[in-house]
Design a protein around this ligand. Sequence first.
Ligand code: HEM
Length: 78
Amino acid sequence: MNKRKLLLITNIVLLLAFLTQTTTVILFQIIKSKLVFEIHKTNGLVFILALILHAYLNWSWIRVNILKRSKKPEITPA
Ligand code: HEM
């Protein structure tokens, strides 16, 4: 699988995991269901893993735009 396809899948998982996290926590405030809270905890791990993978796949962008490093390592003349 190429990087772009993996990033697309990661982004979809990330969005779904985020929506599940927010929905379950709101639902938990209303119905106090143990199952809903278990979903929140389990999905929380999926959310964190997808977040780490998302940052890893966008690391070159983060390096250039956030960490302000040059795009390619500088080659020192011999
Ligand atoms: C969009 C992201 C998230 C939101 C808005 C959110 C919101 C909340 C809120 C409001 C509570 C308190 C619920 C209550 O006691 O009434 C809570 C509890 C909890 N959340 Fe999340 N959460 C998020 C992401 C996560 C993630 C990524 C994890 C990681 C596994 C996680 C795991 C937990 C756990 C274990 C508790 C229970 C803590 C305790 O023992 O008091 N949540 N969350």
